[in-house]
Design a protein around this ligand. Sequence first.
Ligand SMILES: Cc1cc2nc3c(=O)[nH]c(=O)nc-3n(C[C@H](O)[C@H](O)[C@H](O)COP(=O)(O)O)c2cc1C
Length: 238
Amino acid sequence: MKITVINGTEKHGVTYTLKEIFLEPFKDSAEITEFYLPKDLPGFCCGCIQCIGKDKSLCKDFQYTQKIEKALLEADLLVFTSPAYVMHATGAMKAMLDHYGYMWMPHRPAKEMFGKRAMIITQCLGAGEKSTAKDIKDSLSWWGITYIRTAGFKLMSEVRWDKIPQKKKDAITSSLQKAAARFKAIDYSKPARTGISAKAKFYMVRMLQTGLGKDNPEYTDFKYWKGNGWTGKVRPWK
Ligand SMILES: Cc1cc2nc3c(=O)[nH]c(=O)nc-3n(C[C@H](O)[C@H](O)[C@H](O)COP(=O)(O)O)c2cc1C
C-alpha cells in the first residue's frame, strides 16, 4: 500500500512525533512518501486563476504541485498534519491547499479522490486543534473524499514532547495507535464508499456544469466534466 504524508510544518516537534507514532505500524509494509511544508511547496498562490481557467500546468509553482498531486493520487491513504497556529492550520498548509483549488468539486475533481481514505492529525497547546483539522478537511471533502478521520490533541501543559507529563503522552500515543490499527485493518484493494455528502456536492455541480456548458461548450470545467462522462451516466465512484 502507498501512503502520502503532507506535513504542515518542517519542525521535528510534537506534530512530527504524533505523525511518527501513527505511521509506525505501516513502516514495514507501506511505501511512504512524505512532503514537508513549506520546503516542498514554498510559493503562495498568486491568484492568477490560470489553473482553474485554463490548465494546472500554467501555475508558477507547477514543478512542486505536480509532484505532490501525483503522490496524492497514487496513494491509498493520505495523512495530513498540522499544529494549530492562531487556531488554524499553518500558513504553509493553507498555501498548499490553495494551490489545489482546481481540484475542488465545482471545478475539476480527480476521480481517484472519491474512493480514498485520509487521516488528519492536529495538536495545539490549549485551543484550535478542531478548527485546524477543519481547515484541512474542507479541502479534502471538496476534493471528493468521504472517508476522513481526524485525531486532534490539546497538549495543555507544554509544547515540547519531552516535557509533557508521561500520562498525557501515553494517552495521546494510545489514541494514535488505535487509529493506526483501524486504518491498518482496511482492505485497500477496495475503494472507500462515497458518502451522501460527496454525492450531493457532485450532483449539485453536475447541474451547474450542464447549465454552463449550454452557454459555453468550450468552458474548461464543463469540457472536463463532459470528457469524464459525468454530465452523462458515468460517475467517479464505484
Ligand atoms: C505561531 C504559533 C501560533 C500558535 N497558535 C496556537 C493557538 O492558537 N492555540 C494553541 O493552543 N496553540 C498554539 N500554538 C502552539 C502549537 O499549536 C503547537 O502546540 C506547538 O507549536 C508545538 O507543536 P510543534 O512542536 O509541532 O511545532 C501556536 C504556536 C505557534 C508557533
